[in-house]
Structures are given as C-alpha cells and as structure tokens.
Design a protein around this ligand. Structure first.
Ligand SMILES: [Zn+2]
Length: 376
C-alpha cells in the first residue's frame, strides 16, 4: 500500500493510495511526499471527440488545399492520406503521447471506416491505444466519414469493426451527406442494438434541416434506450429552447469550439441537465492545421468562443472538459475527492479560472495514482 502525499497543493493536499485518493488522516509513516510548491490540482481532462487516424502529429508539415464544401474536405482528406507514409498507429501514437503528457486521461476517438480504408484505421488506432492502456482510455467510434448509404459496403465494415476494436457506432449528417434520415438512423440504431453499444453522430447540417435531425435522433434515443451523443450539432447554437428536450431524451452533445463554426450554448445546456463534452476534433490533419490534443488549450478556446468572463464561467469550461467528458464516456468521475481515481494534473495557477486563461503546461501528470510526467 504505497502512499504518495502531494503537499502544498491548491485547493488542498492530496493523498494517493492504490490508484485512489484517500482521506489525509490515513497517511502512514514513511509515505512518499511530493512538495508541490503551491501548484493547483485539476481533475485530468477528457478529449470527448478526436480524430487520431487523420493526424499528421510528429510528421512533416502538410500543406492544405482550398475547400468550400464538406464534400471538398472529405475528398481532400482521402487524397492527402493516400500520400501519408507513416502508418496510422505511429501517427495516432504520437498524438496520444502528447495528450498524455498534457494530462488527458481518456479519448473518444472517431476513426474512419470506409471501403477505401477497410478497417486499417480502427486496427491502427487500437494498436496504439493498447500499447498505452494504463495511461489513456480510448473508445473508438466507427465513423462513416465518406457516407454510410452513399458509400456502399460501409455498414458491413462498421459492423465488422465492432468485433475488431471499435466500441461505438458513428454517424454523419444523415440528410446532408446521405440524403436519407431514416435509412441512415435505421442502420445506426440497428447496429447499436445488436451489439449493445452507444451511438455518436456527427451533425454539421444547420438550420431547420439540422434541428429536424436532432429531434428524430432524440426520439430514437428515447425509444431505444441506446446511449446517444450528437457531435458538433451546429444547428443547436441558438436553440437553447431545445435543451430540455435533449435532457429528457438523455442525448449528450460534444462541442469543439472550432474556428468560425457555431459553438453550443454550454451554460444553458448544462443548466437544463444536458451532458456536454469537449473535444479537439481534427488535430493537424488534412482538415485543419490547428489543434494540439491539449484539453487545457481546448477549454481556453471554449471560454474564448463563449465569451466567458467570470471565474465561474471560466471554470465551467474546464469542468466540461473534465467532468462532462468523463460522464459522457461513462468513466468514474475524478473530482479530487477521497475515493475518486487518482487521475489529476498539477499546474501553475491560482485557480481553475486562471488556468483556463493561462493554459499552463502540467508540471505533474498523475494517472492511476502514479506520477507519469514530472517537469519540475
Ligand atoms: Zn469530428
């Protein structure tokens, strides 16, 4: 029962034993002591939406071609990846290692499944994840990036992927990409029910067309009981009135606070009881030169995009990354309370609010009760 006491820590000292936090009075003689010099403890964050199979992390710079539509981006992605020489496992591993060093405890990875790729992306990401399974929990979403109905053979590959490393059924713009809301959702929910797995659907479609899809997804989530997440859901940016409907249907949402794209009204969604997670989305890939897999940076972007100003508003952005992500992935919460898993980081900041603004690099990363990174 080796213990580690982290002392001189804000907001309070932390005693770790067997991978969990325990009350300070349980401290035994001879316990290892880490003097933290006033560092702030934060719960380890979760990246609830990331695309590691597309990343060029650790690889030479990729120049991107202009794209006007979603279709342009998808086609540019396929063409760029045909020219990548490093295997998926190596690229995904490089990004995982960086995310781990920045304190991330878990990923929900959306991984392309399409006839042009077969299951190579799922196998590659799973291989990289298995080599780091004590450091990063990785859920793989079988993601039909090239369309589900519009790319024949994809549904069969997705079904197969659930036996070969994927954990979740992914969807993509049932109307905007596939032009068949019910056909697309029938396949997703059929597969999810057969394999007893969740569904996570990318929805970029905007306006009333987007909202109609959200409402149908919510209806199916309620009637099937399949745990359901809608990623991006740009159409909900100004539809706070739908928060209660989503909460009632237990539909979770992820947002990535991307560039010029609409951002979810996080505070009113949380108030209504909707589960919201935060993600990187693409990281230095054919879609975007930006992103770095660092969830403190992502919480900063969410705060910036949602005009957070008060300490409470700033802290909420970090809570979405940590607690929202953990709940969305079905992980045990790491709230720095006795009994919680010892998954936390120590950063130089006075408060969570300041950390969200300053984006400090973690000085310590503690995962499953062990110090994994130490830079002071
Ligand atoms: Zn995505």
């Amino acid at each position: 029962m080796a213990q580690i006491l982290f002392t001189d820590v804000r907001p309070h000292d932390v005693l770790v034993e067997d991978g969990r936090l325990v009350p300070l009075e349980r401290r035994t003689e001879g316990c290892e002591v880490v003097e933290a010099g006033g560092l702030l403890a934060l719960p380890a964050p979760v990246d609830a939406h990331v695309h590691p199979d597309k990343t060029t992390w650790g690889q030479p710079w990729l120049s991107r071609t202009p794209a006007r539509t979603l279709r342009d981006l998808i086609e540019g992605d396929v063409a760029a990846r045909a020219g990548m020489t490093a295997p998926v496992a190596a690229r995904a591993a490089a990004l995982m290692d960086h995310a781990i060093a920045r304190g991330t405890r878990a990923w929900r990875a959306h991984v392309d499944v399409a006839p042009v790729y077969g299951l190579s992306n799922v196998h590659g990401v799973r291989e990289a994840a298995q080599a780091r399974e004590d450091l990063l929990d990785v859920q793989i979403v079988a993601f039909p990036q090239l369309g589900l109905l519009s790319a024949p053979g994809t549904a069969e590959l997705m079904e197969q992927s659930l036996k070969e490393g994927a954990d979740i059924v992914g969807g993509l713009d049932p109307v905007g990409v596939d032009g068949d809301l019910h056909g697309h959702l029938d396949l997703l929910y059929g597969m999810a029910e057969r394999h007893t797995v969740p569904v996570d659907i990318h929805l970029h479609d905007g306006g009333e067309q987007g909202v109609a899809q959200v409402l149908e997804i919510a209806r199916r989530a309620r009637s099937s009981g399949v745990p359901t997440t809608i990623s991006h859901a740009f159409c909900l940016a100004d539809r706070e009135d739908l928060a209660e409907t989503l909460a009632e249907a237990k539909v979770a949402l992820t947002t990535c606070a991307l560039g010029a794209d609409p951002v979810l009204p996080v505070r009113s969604l949380l108030k209504a009881g909707v589960l919201v997670g935060l993600g990187s989305d693409g990281v230095r890939d054919p879609w975007t030169p930006f992103g770095d897999g660092d969830m403190i940076n992502r919480a900063h972007l969410l705060a910036y995009r949602t005009d957070a100003r008060t300490d409470e508003e700033l802290a909420t952005c970090y809570e979405v990354a940590a607690h929202g992500g953990a709940a969305l992935l079905g992980l045990e919460p790491a709230r720095l309370q006795a009994g919680d898993p010892a998954d936390f980081i120590l950063v130089r900041a006075e408060s969570v609010a300041q950390a969200v603004v300053d984006k400090p690099t973690p000085q310590f990363v503690v995962r499953n009760g062990r110090v994994r990174e130490r830079s002071c």
